[in-house]
Design a protein around this ligand. Structure first.
Ligand code: ATP
Ligand code: MG
Length: 588
């Protein structure tokens, strides 16, 4: 992928500074795959200038916040000649499903990234490091750096202290290492119930950083894991597993969101000790934190997104109104627009709120130059050309228009004019408001890429609604023919021929929430659901749209950018989603 001009940020500056130092990470080797100190010891120098990783937990679909992390990590690797690993952080049994693993891979690739580097695929599963993690746990116990605590969870909580009170040492803390090692093995061998005891690091119960008050490393959980089955009944805590995963994979810059800042001292403590014990190769990874991406009118928490799906507020994870990447893809958002949004909004040390309109702006910028134009009528009103046969004879009158006004190489669209057309209901007014230049009795307009017509009347039903409009076509006014402009008109309207128009279901979306920050400050985000976020209309589209594929975008003139719905659009059933309107009406 070609790189856009990178926006400077503190991570880029950090990496530039690192790479400029001759003695940055001397002797960094890579054994071709993740592994312990011995595995990397005699390996060749690492072919990657830096290593980053995107480490999703496969417990849900990726959302726009994840796109930030993906583009940041893969983007830095791309720009600095490094590798970015895709690592499934699947250390937590029960919650994870294979369905999500495949969906995550697909979305990373859809965004345009690859986990291959120098002929090597860097797709990893943290659960494959369980053996090493357990070995590390035993080594820490033997070195007096970890112990098995048999206090109840309540006692442990009470003895942890708080911001103003130091914690209290566990009565089990100072027992000999052999005792703790035996207990750890009993835990591993399934001799104890869930919650009966935990393995904790032995650091400092009085530390001002509560994360250093003997954090838990392993807990008992008699649960089946999707990859390791029933082999383990103890599972590592995230704070223990994550630094180890980074170190085994030789990650240089481990980039995470700000809430992990207080964990960094433990990250460093753990890796330093495991390196001293000879288990992990140096140089060790470093953790850097950046601010999360929040998008207005959107929630980006997997738990809340799951709730929207499970309670039926949306049709599924891929509902086009969802901020999931599969939802956004179905809506018609392009990978380039998502990359431009997350790369263009910068990366800082504070949690940023990005206006949804920024994403739409990036989308319009991407589609304006590429999406072919088409005509569609979303609120159809019948237009009868009363003098059609007199002026144009038998048969239909072939018309043409460029696929794109600025890009002749995209060719032409073909459609035809006939005695019966569909126009937008709003393009006719029986008594026109001031300044109205469209159809009203006695007025002339041009049918876009067609003829000039003059309105002569309308037909109403028994309740007084207009059901058809009558007009006559003016001879020698067809667009693109000599003298066509001799008749001056102030209005141009869009239309499709009733004889060839394709009936289509058209889905128009509005924001899913009415509150720009639906879940901030502990608010009930469901209370802010927009009851009018989906409007479905039956319209008509130009015949060329019969060939629309799910991946191609169209600009329906004056209505916005549309894409065929990748789930429901099929031969014989045209379904289009509006990706976005033509101009920003989010901020109005
Ligand atoms: P959620 O809170 O929605 O469950 P998560 O952070 O728990 O998200 P993970 O699968 O653990 O989900 O996330 C994978 C990576 O994506 C992590 O490194 C995380 O920091 C990053 N990430 C998640 N949400 C955002 C966000 N809004 N902005 C930037 N990065 C994010
Ligand atoms: Mg997480």
């Amino acid at each position: 992928m070609t790189a856009p001009v990178p926006v400077a940020n503190f991570l880029r500056t950090q990496i530039e500074r690192d790479l400029a130092q001759a003695d940055w990470q001397p002797g960094r080797r890579f054994g071709g795959s993740p592994g312990d100190a011995a595995h990397h010891a005699d390996a060749p120098a690492d072919p990657a200038a830096i290593r980053t990783r995107f480490p999703p937990e496969p417990n849900g679909y990726l959302h726009i916040g994840h796109a930030k992390s993906i583009c940041l990590n893969f983007g830095l690797a791309r720009d600095f000649g490094g590798a970015c690993h895709l690592r499934f952080d699947d250390t937590n049994p029960e919650k994870e499903e294979l369905e999500f693993v495949e969906a995550i891979k697909e979305m990373v690739q859809w965004l345009g990234w690859s986990w291959e580097h120098a002929g090597c695929s860097h797709l990893y599963e943290a659960s494959s490091y369980f053996d090493f993690m357990y070995r590390a746990a035993e080594s820490l116990v033997q070195a007096g750096l970890a112990y098995v605590d048999e206090q109840t969870p309540e006692q442990m909580r009470a003895n942890r202290g708080d911001f103003t009170t130091p914690g209290v040492d566990s009565p089990f803390r100072d027992r000999p290492a052999e005792h703790h090692l035996a207990r750890l093995r009993e835990m591993r061998d399934g001799r104890h119930a869930d919650g009966a005891m935990v393995l904790r690091a032995r650091i400092d119960m009085a530390s001002p950083n509560i994360n250093l008050r003997d954090p838990a490393l392993y807990r008992i959980k008699h649960a089946e894991h999707h990859a390791t089955g029933t082999r383990w009944c103890i599972y590592p805590m995230y704070t223990f597993a994550h630094p180890i995963e980074d170190a085994l994979e030789r990650i240089t810059h481990s980039i995470c969101t700000l809430e992990f800042e207080d964990q960094r001292p433990f990250y460093d403590w753990l890796l330093e000790h495991l390196a001293r014990l000879g288990l992990l190769a140096r140089p060790l990874p470093h953790q850097y934190e950046f601010g999360r991406l929040n998008l207005s009118y959107v929630v980006t928490s997997k738990r809340k997104l799951r709730q929207l799906v499970e309670e039926g507020h949306v049709s599924g994870w891929d509902d086009p109104r969802m901020p999931t990447l599969i939802g956004m893809r179905r809506r018609g958002l392009t990978p380039a627009s998502i990359r431009a949004m997350v790369e263009g909004t910068g990366t800082t040390k504070s949690n940023a709120w990005i206006d949804y309109g920024v994403l739409e702006g990036c989308l319009r910028a991407d589609l304006e130059g590429s999406a072919p134009r088409a005509m569609a009528v979303l609120d159809p009103l019948r237009l009868e050309i009363c003098n059609y046969a007199e002026v144009l004879g038998e048969g239909f009158d072939a018309c043409r228009a460029p696929a794109h006004p600025q890009r002749p190489e995209l060719g032409e669209r073909h459609f035809s004019f006939g005695p019966l057309l569909w126009i937008e209901r709003e393009d006719f007014a029986e008594s026109p408001p001031k300044g109205y230049h469209r159809l009203y009795p006695g007025n002339k307009v041009r049918l876009k890429a067609g003829h000039v017509i003059e309105c002569i009347g309308c037909t109403k039903n028994e309740v007084g609604e207009v059901v058809a409009v009558q007009a006559r076509v003016l001879p020698d006014t067809k667009s693109g023919t000599p003298g066509a402009d001799a008749v001056k008109v102030k209005g141009v309207i869009t239309w499709v021929g009733a004889h060839e128009a394709l009936p289509a279901e058209i889905r128009l979306f509005d924001r899913l929430f009415t509150d720009p920050q639906p879940d901030s400050g502990g608010k009930d985000f469901l209370a802010a659901l927009n009851p009018a976020s989906l409007r479905v209309v039956q319209g008509f589209v130009e015949p060329a749209l019969g060939k629309a594929e799910a991946t191609s975008h169209w600009q329906f003139e004056r209505h916005g950018y549309f894409v065929a719905d990748r789930v429901d659009h099929a031969p014989g059933r045209a379904v289009f989603n509006r990706t976005t309107t033509l101009k920003d009406n989010w901020s109005k």
